[in-house]
Ligand binder design. Structure first.
Ligand code: AMP
Length: 119
């Protein structure tokens, strides 16, 4: 399961669908959310097609660690003010009842001055 031909985020990684890229390395891709809820709102995804957090196993621990350590670095680079006055929110929706719409694991990183559209 490396890429799914029907997955919109796999197509973004492959450059088949345009995105506003924030970061890329051999494992991860980050890009601005097309419908932002907050002044700063980008998504970090693994290039590997993992449908959601429900499919995550021990073999993905390094990948998830990379995502979580990248998030604060990119948040500052994208304009979130430093902790504690600033900060950011990390969200991963999982499954229908978790509010997940795109079934390729992604971490939302949101921040910037309030109010936000949601939350
Ligand atoms: P979720 O509900 O957690 O699955 O969130 C999916 C997110 O992907 C939503 O916030 C969408 O706005 C965002 N999204 C969907 N299509 C694109 C796209 N082509 N480029 C950037 N963000 C997208």
């Amino acid at each position: 399961m490396s890429a799914d031909a029907n997955c919109i985020f796999c197509k973004i990684v492959a450059g088949q669908i345009p995105s506003r890229k924030v970061f890329e390395d051999e494992d991860l891709f980050a890009f601005h959310d097309i419908a932002p809820w907050a002044p700063v709102h980008f998504l970090i995804i693994p290039k590997l097609h993992i449908p959601s957090m429900a499919q995550v196993g021990e073999e993905h621990a390094r990948l998830l660690g990379k995502i979580m350590t990248l998030a604060p670095q990119l948040a500052l680079e994208q304009g979130c003010r430093p902790y504690p006055e600033g900060g950011f929110r990390i969200v991963t929706n999982t499954g229908a009842e978790g509010g997940q719409e795109v079934h390729h694991l992604h971490v939302h990183v949101m921040g910037g001055p309030r109010p936000w559209l949601k939350g």
